[in-house]
Design a protein. Sequence first.
Length: 133
Amino acid sequence: MAAEIFSQRFPVDAADIDELGHVNNIVYLRYAQEIAIAHWRARASADMMERYVWVVMRHEVDYRTPLMLGDDVEVRTHVADSAQGAIWPRYVNIHKAGAEKPAAQIVSNWCLLDAQTRRVRRVPPEIIARFAP
């Protein structure tokens, strides 16, 4: 069984457009961060949100087709089936709404930290159970 797909829509605004007339590269990373945060807040318990925070260790982006001003963007995300210690890969597909193929694909490695000490923490089974099958 695959991990749950979490999705959100974002409008493309004039501030998102670069000098080439398409969505700036940094906006794709903003989408990836915003969808990850929204997914965490939607699925994590109040206790989990109080005890843990996540930080990005790495983003890898493949751009396929440009997004333009006025496009409606659907961003879909899911996590890997399991974490690797404190690191949990997250997959993000950014689509122009209605398009079958993604405009961009992002793989990010997120690291779990203790919210109080900011020390690295192994991803506990109860978090994995909430986000992966």
